[in-house]
Design a protein around this ligand. Structure first.
Ligand SMILES: [Zn+2]
Ligand SMILES: [Zn+2]
Length: 280
């Protein structure tokens, strides 16, 4: 199987990456893409991909982390130019298959390392600038794109539409896609994959949504260490980090609710993921 979105580059996995990849292999997860969320985690993703054959990297600045660049620079624009030069350097690495995760995010995070985090129009404008610049880089270097969108559908689809004619079919994914028919319709029309995670095991709206997603648009992801499937949640206090080996639970769950054999689901999603990242 193929975990198309897993943050082995996050602190939760420090000193455990080898073990986690081993466990994944034993569970039949043979390919993993590690997306970056800022410069540091993008570099880390590349480093991990160099050490393990079955791991690939994506590099990019997540909209949440655009806040840091806005706060650290007199002008967000100057900060952006610097960050984009660094991302561009990483993009030429042979294990970097995509730019990501990039997008727009209007969600107010309770747990964030930025104490004065707030979402206003100037912040959203800078997020859009980052999104546009990174789409342009993906086009320039012929990389796939991992899109993150949270509570910003209108602006997100408008920004994408500006570039639509330049983005290649079947080379983008709406990762952890919100259960929103407008997003799905856009994805079907423009041949964009839909990423589904472990939160489907406890979110009724996502369980209904999956029944409307064509199989040829579906890819699986754990978003580890986040979004632990409900079967593993146990008591709240000692919740373990999610891992790519748990992808199997997501596949079993989806196969059951859409009424197909899990082997079929696994085969199709692996093919879809290979197509998405141009990995055969
Ligand atoms: Zn995300
Ligand atoms: Zn992510």
């Amino acid at each position: 199987m193929f975990d198309t979105h897993c943050h082995l580059n996050f602190k939760a996995f420090e000193g455990r990456v080898e073990e986690v990849i081993d466990n994944a292999k034993k569970a039949g997860i043979n390919s993993i893409v590690v997306p970056g969320t800022d410069l540091e985690s993008s570099k880390k993703a590349v480093e991990i991909s160099e050490r393990f054959d079955q791991v690939y990297a994506a590099v990019g600045i997540h909209p949440h982390h655009v806040f840091e660049i806005q706060s650290n620079n007199d002008s967000g624009q100057a900060g952006m130019t610097k960050e984009m030069q660094e991302i561009e350097k990483l993009l030429t690495h042979k294990k970097v298959v995509a730019i990501g995760e990039i997008g727009l995010d209007r969600h107010y995070y309770n747990k964030t390392k930025y104490p004065d985090y707030k979402i206003d129009e100037s912040f959203l404008e800078l997020q859009k600038d980052f999104l546009r610049k990174q789409i342009e880089l993906a086009i320039k270097y012929k990389k796939s794109i991992i899109f993150h969108n949270r509570e910003a559908r209108k602006d997100f689809l408008e920004t994408l539409t500006d570039y639509r004619s330049l983005i290649t079919d079947y080379r983008c994914v709406f990762h952890c896609c919100e259960p929103d028919q407008a997003l799905l319709e856009y994805a079907i029309r423009h041949k964009i994959f839909i990423g589904v995670d472990g939160d489907i095991t406890y979110r009724k709206d996502k369980q209904e949504f999956i029944k409307t997603v064509p199989l040829k648009m579906l890819v699986l992801e754990t978003d580890s260490p986040l979004l632990l499937p409900i079967q593993l949640r146990g008591d709240n206090k000692r919740r373990p980090a999610n891992e790519p080996k748990n992808l199997k639970l997501i596949a079993d769950f989806i196969a059951e609710i859409i009424g197909i054999k899990v082997e079929t689901l696994e085969k199709i999603t692996v093919e879809n993921s290979g197509k998405l990242f141009k990995i055969v």
